[in-house]
Design a protein around this ligand. Structure first.
Ligand SMILES: [Zn+2]
Length: 287
């Protein structure tokens, strides 16, 4: 997909790759404090003194990075994956803002948060093993871009850029659900009726896939040969049934949280071919 050059000043990006922003003064994790307390019990060391020592031992790598230490431009230029993620974010903002305006719903830009290994989000600790995710509490799309290397390995013949854009566009789809209020509505139904929680979760994920498709469909002129197939392959390779089969587990529809490969491909295709977000709204009935 050929995305336009973007203005770094127009997007919201946070970079935790050099450490955590905000917080002030090198906060210590619970684990560290536990170690200090064990040290105190076992060795009779003053925990306060030991915390000081541990803090020093953690070194400058764990020190809080000052906000503004890295500009958006610099963060987006770190590597190809960062560059692509920022370009996708800018395009997604441009695509969705007018849709919200037309619908009379207030639009807010999400922030894109880069981290490596572990990070800090408004929804708790971010860990790369979790894969990319959206946190409604701070409206952040969190990504450790090494996920793309993993995706390339798992999908076999290296996927192209469109598969990576699809990942960002899917997370952006969760932001849309947050802004429209669908996410909140689903959450309360899930709490009232826990037996339907999984099934509703699947519908949420499929709708996010559909929104990702709408973004691509509305940027049709940027689509290159092979992009559609690439997106379908990505959607297929991250279906719950495929993931369970690959993990050597029995395919158990009850525990699906994202939908089957077939369902995910269909949702992406629905959005892509129609370019119409209201088609995605219909995935969650009555919403
Ligand atoms: Zn999702």
């Amino acid at each position: 997909m050929r995305l336009n050059p973007f203005n770094p000043g127009s997007i919201r990006v946070e970079d935790q790759r050099g450490g955590f922003p905000g917080g002030g003064g090198g906060k210590l994790g619970c684990g560290t404090i536990v170690i200090a307390l064990i040290g105190a019990l076992v060795f009779g060391i003053d925990p306060g003194q030991m915390l000081g020592t541990l803090e020093q031992a953690q070194g400058p790598g764990s020190q809080v990075q000052q906000q503004g230490g890295t500009s958006v431009e610099e963060s987006c230029a770190v590597n190809q994956y960062s560059q692509e993620s920022c370009a996708a974010l800018a395009s997604l903002d441009q695509t969705w803002a007018p849709v919200f305006q037309q619908a009379g719903i207030e639009f807010r830009q999400p922030k894109l948060v880069f981290y490596t290994g572990g990070g800090r989000s408004g929804c708790g600790a971010a860990q790369s093993a979790m894969g990319p995710f959206y946190c409604p509490a701070d409206q952040g799309i969190y990504i450790d871009t090494s996920f793309y290397d993993q995706m390339a390995r798992e999908m076999g013949a290296g996927p192209g850029d469109f598969a990576r854009y699809y990942v960002i566009a899917h997370e952006y789809g969760h932001h849309i659900q947050y802004l429209t209020g669908v996410a909140g509505q689903i959450r309360s139904v899930q709490q009232q009726d826990p037996r339907r929680a999984n099934q509703l979760q699947v519908l949420m994920e499929l709708q996010a896939d559909c929104y990702a498709g709408v973004w691509a469909g509305r940027n049709r002129n940027a689509i290159e040969p092979g992009d559609f197939e690439e997106g379908m392959q990505a959607a297929s390779s991250i279906g719950d049934d495929t993931l369970m089969r690959r993990a050597g587990r029995a395919v158990d529809a009850e525990s699906f949280t994202h939908g089957t490969s077939e369902q995910r491909m269909a949702a992406l295709r629905l959005g892509l071919e129609s370019g119409d977000d209201t088609r995605c709204d219909a995935i969650i009935g009555g919403g």
